[in-house]
Design a protein around this ligand. Structure first.
Ligand SMILES: O=c1ccn([C@@H]2O[C@H](COP(=O)(O)O)[C@@H](O)[C@H]2O)c(=O)[nH]1
Length: 229
């Protein structure tokens, strides 16, 4: 069986519901993502339990700070044995290089967030970032690649362009995945799972469409079928 391409975002306020959901899912069908909310409350202990259950973990803490601090944080995160960690590409070259250097001998993947999938053109203008979302994503992805990172977080709307620009040896991790007829919630740059894979995404981050489904396992199986066919 090929590696799982879906990463389920466990955005929960406590460990218990995350563990309950994980017990219904299977490591051959998905990886799991732990973000700021759940890690703040449940920490390394929960990661350990989920890894013992066989899941690869993406620790999505999106570090963004001075280079020394981010390097130390990445090292601490990777020491938990997680599969993937991330930083914000907008932290700049020195921060990205420091993060890369900190994980130089680690098997943990290091990727950078380009532009949050909850942001659109107007949001960009308001914070004074030049260009369209696609331009910003390409600029930051090239910077991340130059600094030796393993990939970036972007929306599926930018993946085809990034594949042309950067090629295939670079992970493109895409949140903002919404199956047809599902709620947008706070996401703005979205695509269906199938569109994302067709456009060149390596991994799809999917939270609420799975975690809030009546039957999360059945939904995960359907989504895997949709991206396989
Ligand atoms: O640009 C980004 C970066 C990270 N995320 C995270 O992905 C999930 C998406 O959850 P949904 O419920 O499927 O919207 C969430 O944990 C975010 O923190 C993102 O959405 N966009």
């Amino acid at each position: 069986m090929s590696e799982p391409r879906i990463i389920v975002a466990l955005d929960y306020p406590r460990a218990e519901p995350a563990l309950v959901l994980a017990r219904t899912l299977r490591p051959e069908l998905c990886r799991l993502k732990i973000g700021k909310e759940l890690f703040t409350i449940a920490g390394p202990q929960l990661i350990e339990k989920l890894m013992q259950a066989g899941f690869d973990i993406f620790l999505d803490l999106k570090f963004h700070d001075i280079p020394h601090t981010v390097a130390a944080a990445c090292k601490a995160a990777a020491s938990l044995g997680v599969w993937m960690v991330n930083v914000h590409a907008s932290g700049g070259r020195n921060m990205l290089l420091a993060a890369r250097e900190a994980l130089a001998t680690s098997p943990t993947k290091l990727i950078a967030v380009t532009l949050l999938t909850s942001m659109n053109r107007d949001d960009l203008q308001e914070i004074g970032w030049q260009g369209e979302p696609n331009d910003v994503v390409q600029r930051l992805a090239l910077l991340a690649r130059d600094c030796g990172l393993d990939g970036v977080v972007c929306s599926a709307l930018e993946t085809a362009g990034l594949r042309q620009l950067i090629g295939h040896d670079f992970d493109l991790v895409t949140p903002g995945i919404r199956p047809v007829n599902s709620r947008l919630d706070d996401q703005q740059r979205i695509a269906t799972p199938r569109q994302a894979i067709q456009q060149g995404a390596s991994y799809l981050v999917i939270g609420r469409p799975i975690t809030q489904a009546t039957d999360p396992l059945a939904t995960l199986i359907q989504l895997n079928q949709a991206i396989a066919s």
